[in-house]
Design a protein around this ligand. Sequence first.
Ligand code: HDE
Length: 736
Amino acid sequence: MNEEENSSSQMRKTKPQVDEHSKDRQLESFRENPQDQYMTTDQGVRINHTDDSLKAGSRGPLVMEDFHFREKMTHFDHESIPERVVHARGSGAHGYFQPYNDSMKEYTKAKFLTDPSSKTPVFVRFSTVVGSRGSADTVRDVRGFATKFYTEEGNYDLVGNNIPVFFIQDANKFADLVHSIKPDPDNEIPQASAAHDTFWDFASLMPEINHMIMWVLSDRAIPRSFRMMDGFGVHTFRFINEAGKSRFVKFHWRPMLGAHSLVWDEAQKLAGKDPDWLRRDLWDAIEMGDYPEFELSVQIVEEEDEFKFDFDLLDATKIIPEELVPRKPIGKMVLNRNPDNFFAETEQVAFHPGNLVPGIDVTNDPLLQGRLFSYIDTQINRFSSANFGEVPINRPVTTVHNHQGAGFMRQTINKGKANYWPNSIGGGCPMMAPENQGAFVHHMERVEGHKIRARSESFNDHYSQATLFWNSMTATEKKHIIKAAHFELGKVESEEIRRRMVGHFSKVSKELAQKVAEGIGVDVPENFNQESTGHYEANEASQKMKKGQSVKESPAVSMERNKVETATSRQVAILLEDGFDCNELTQVRQALMEAGAHAKIVSKLLGMRKASTGEEVKVDKSHLTTGSIMYDAIYVPDGEKSIQAMMKEGDALHFLNEAFKHCKTIATSGHGIALLEKSGIAGVSYAGSTSRTVKDDEGVITAGNDADADEFADAFIAAIKKHRHWGREEKSMVPA
Ligand code: HDE
């Protein structure tokens, strides 16, 4: 081989240098920018008139030869592709992932997880599961959390959810699960909701669902923001290190802002007032530079410990309690760029849990194994072509060489005659890569067994971890679960189904079953067992893997117990009218800004509002176009005239009352205290309106007009950081 040949063969073998911007650079070559350009047809012919079609006389019929009209109309007629059969509604963002250090080298050879100097581009799509593309964001549902890492070794997809377990154990039940939870087949009701007979019928006949049901009834299913929810790989995967050693691994994402939720009443109202709530929140945060950040961590289990737990690692309805296997942090993902085009990027992105890179592999989890088939299959339904990988958002930043050069809408022009392997005509190219050149080699797992349509007995304990979850909740979290069950099952018409579900709950916790039963008009069935479902064999005496390690409580699964207290990116409404106290407003606004919160002026009408001292502020939103449900906290600056005006404004009074009932932080001083009282806020002890005191009563911050402004602002921000003040739920109240 001469020198030139040698260096070109080296080039072929060298992996591309991937940096944070690699994907952006690649996408740039596909971007279309109409700035200063003439409009053209798809053939590049310039157009001088696009308002009228070509006619036989200005009042006559259209003529066939109008290529511009036909092209434009045809394109429009074909503009949609099938929405995803699940996870149809989603929102995407670009960013990068960077490991903290090389500590994962011991466990995996995946470079993007072990080289702290590497920033790997990512595209993330967050989604709801059940609703159609146009459905509301804030429904009670699991959220998808799918990440495509464009690594120097090819694309790796971590296609996870915001809940660490799943409804079913075997992929063969997926179609049944989804059919039952989607709208009814006869009338297509209800949209984006599990609260109907078919889902709960299925659930009540599938005991394996019980652990997942606990999570779905919890506040996890109504996240405050995509930026404030956890993510989980759900299945047990494998890490493979350089030496070929395999270990089991569970993936976790944790948001730096902590995991927080809405309250149910708020979620339902948002679904009407701003169905794009989560999408808008993500978009706006990135536009404002509040880049969402998530920490990736893993739980690692040695192969020899596979059977040391009281559950099966291959069972996707189980977590590995963090108290047994703590998480090891790997690095951080930052989402810092919104897509340019929703369809091209967010709609066309195609994930697949089988998109693996060296160092990460799958296990025999029967749910995961089924997913490995489903995702490519479903993309072919969406794209009508196996060439979806060529769509810009799906392309790896590495080069692609194989003999798959044909099919609908093929983009690359594969040169040469040899489109088969082995070949000599093409010089034997593309070549097979040895393992030390980054080839993916499947983990050599020994497998043997009878061909059998059956489930392992080690999957049979359907209640212990549901109980574990229940035991790990705070009193508030438990109350929310019960209320959610009252709503969901309250919508179920069949008493038999409601009763059967309460029967399952009785095996999770007697207290849970009793409290749920009280709200849905059934008794707790005595001696309920799975036989009563008529579907499963009784396994009461159970096949539990009882000898293994277990815990009775896992504080790590409680959102409340793991709350991150920060005011960063929180939205604060400032209610005022003419005559507000400008000094106080300025100081509080400044303090909010320094804490990273965003304040918006809300008033009866848009326009300018005048302070008592003559300064003017611009109103951001009128009461007509916003509501307390769109804010995390409310502040009413003092100012006698401003407060007096609001005393007569139903919208302002409702704003405060509703925020109070949703347990949000509210702050006011001086005359504002009378406004809080007028708004019907019950059971609060206020600071005197003329005192020097600053008082925090369950997140209602009040101060006399002689109080120290800094102390007032500090107390306000400290309360915002708490997210909600659940103690107020104790106070009996008329719903907001
Ligand atoms: Fe999915 N899932 N899923 N899923 N899934 C899809 O693929 C499927 C499961 C998840 O933003 C579909 O491209 C089966 C678990 C996310 O584009 C489809 C089974 C987890 C997304 C599909 C599961 C997920 C999907 C529909 C059980 C968490 C959205 C459109 C065997 C670990 C990805 C598509 C995006 C999407 C099949 C169970 C997560 C039909 C068969 C468990 C985040 O292929």
